[in-house]
Every structure is written in structure tokens, then in C-alpha cells.
Write a new protein. Sequence first.
Length: 401
Amino acid sequence: MSLTVRPVEYADQPDYTRLGGEAFGAPATGNPVPTREEWAAAGFREWGAFDDEGLAARLRVYGFTSWFHGAQVQTAGIAGVAVEPERRGSGHLARLFAAALDEARERGDTISTLYPTAPGIYRRLGYEVVGSFDDVDVPLQNLNRVAAPAGVVTRRATVADFAAVVAVHRTWAAAQNGPVSRAEKPFWTPPEKFFADYTGVTLAIDGSGDVVGFASWIRGEGYTPATALMEVDDLIALTPDAARALWRTLGSFSTVVGTARVSTSGLDPAWLVLPDLTTTVHSAHPYMLRILDVAGALTGLGSPLEGVRVPFAVRGTQDLAGAWTLTVSDGVTHLERDAVALEDAHHERPVLSPNGLALLYAGVQSAANLRIAGHLTGPSGHDPILTALFAGRQLHVRDYF
């Protein structure tokens, strides 16, 4: 049976929407097909694998930037992956990803990320789990014991404060690995819509009048603490006192709301001011990363390791396989491709799997741990430098797609 992989056209939307409903659920009447105008304005690219019987597999690609190593990196975010049940296991997904990622490279994307329902499927394609986007339930009565902030007060934000909110997010995100920059659709939100989406956005203001944190929240229904729940999409603080002020403001609801469901990732510094971590993970969404362009991803990274020189190789997928030497000069990394046969590379240099390269780039595993996991082989003499080159920033994600 022949297979054609191509961008999805508007005429394909009924089948594309139906397959999405089969994979992710839909009401009895089915999900509505978008209008042509809605589809054209959505800002993503859709791909399909078509065999003799029609659409067999689908996915969606979001083009955005995310923060890694202090820079905004062009990213292909994959979502809405679905294969018709009768065609699963036929290899359609590999061909679909190959075509979509080839186009992403041509657009200049150097990494790709996704939220998997089954990580094992995507590991075979070079993706690896680097973090998790979680919704965590926090008992509000515990927040009453947060220490009072010194020199920081809170107030309700208005549309006029939108630029300050964006600046706080940008400052926080630039210090991490992983956050979506929120500079492009669908993550950029017009100011009026941003504030309309929430019951309130609370600002933390320091003694100089600067905004040093914010929390965006939805109050929810009811006023019985045993059942009432509020949602907190962002709680971002640039100082410990800003974190204390925001947590205490949420805690002031404790007589009428029992729980705050806070979207977070890892152990964010804002949580370090809490007197205890009596929390419950309501939902966890693993986040996977794949390198699309070795030279594009590893060149130009800021580094204090002036003068280091590390030869390495990547085995596995054809688009990543090769040998390189990474150097640091003038405070940034440089990459040069080496004419070394891959079958001989492990004799003279460390060799990474595609998954190991993703983990190393994200700064979430050391070279020693990559060896334990089987993602790094060859001589170990460069392991401390490899670890140091990519370490130092925690992995955080706060936007689901």
C-alpha cells in the first residue's frame, strides 16, 4: 500500500478533525471542523500521512522560540499526533515525523519538543524526556504560615501593567532552560485577552516600585474550603520576598477556598519560601526534546570555559550522526565537523546517542548519568567538561501545547 506524506490542506480538515477526536476524545456529535478562516489564522502547520484508504496519521507543528542557555532558540513544537487504530504499528509515524522535521530544519528550527502520551514511541525518533509540566495542589491553609515579606507589597494588575508582567516572565524564563518565550502565536496573548482570561492577576511590587513577580489566577466556584478550588496558571517571582507576598495573597483565600492548583515544573525557586511542601501532584505532563541541527543548537552558547576543546560524536539517526569538535573562544561555543568515521569514533572521543545529546543539551543529566543510561560511550576523559558546558540552568516549562 502506497503512502504519501504531505502538508494538510483545508479540504482534509473533516478527516483530520475526525482522527483527532478518535485519539483525544470528542463529544457524541464530534468536534466541529474549523472554518477556513479559523484554520488559516491558527498559526500552526499540519501534516498528514495518506494511504490508499485516506488519512492514516496526523500531527501539528507549532513554530515558536524557547529559552535555552540564555538565548531564544527556534523550536518546532509537535502536538496532536494521532494514528488511525487500524494502521498503528505500520511505520507511518516515522515517515510523518521525518517530513515534518525536515521542513522545520528548513525553517531554521534547531530543536523540537513535545508532550508525549507514550514516551517510548518518541524515544525511537530521537526525543527524550527532559522535564515535566505539572499541576500541583497546594492546601491554602498552609500558606498562612509563609513568613511576611520585607519591603514587598501586592496589588491587582490592570492592562496598563501588561509590559511589566511580560518583563517578569522574560527575566525568569531567560534564567532557565526550556520555557516558551511567549513571543509568538499561540503563546503570545493580546493584553486585553490575557487579563480577561483570569479572575485576577496579582503583582508583587518592591520598595522601588518595580514589579518583581506576578500570579495569574482563576477563583473558581463555591466558598466551602473542603470543595472549592482555585487555579493558578503562573506564579513567578524574581525575589524571595516577592514569592512570599504572592503565596500569602493566595493564602488569604483559605477561609473560602481549600486548594490552589498551581501550574509549575521542577522545584521552582518560588516554592523554596514555603514552610512545608505538603502538596499533591494532580497531573504530570512529561516534556521531551530532540536536537534537529547539531551545529545550530551547539554553536554560539555562552560559556565561561574559555579555551576548552572537546571532540565528540553522535550516533544513530541519519540527520544527527557525525563527528565534531566543540571549542570555546571569546565566551561562546564553536563547532567544527570532523572527517572521522563513526564506526571508529568511540576509540578516540565520547559518542552520544540522539537521546543523550538531548539530555546533555537540556542540562538535565551529567555525562556520568548518560553513561549509566547507555547514552554515552567511548573515552571518559572529557566527561567533566561535557557536563560543565551544558549545566547550570534548571529545566522549567509552563506552557502546554
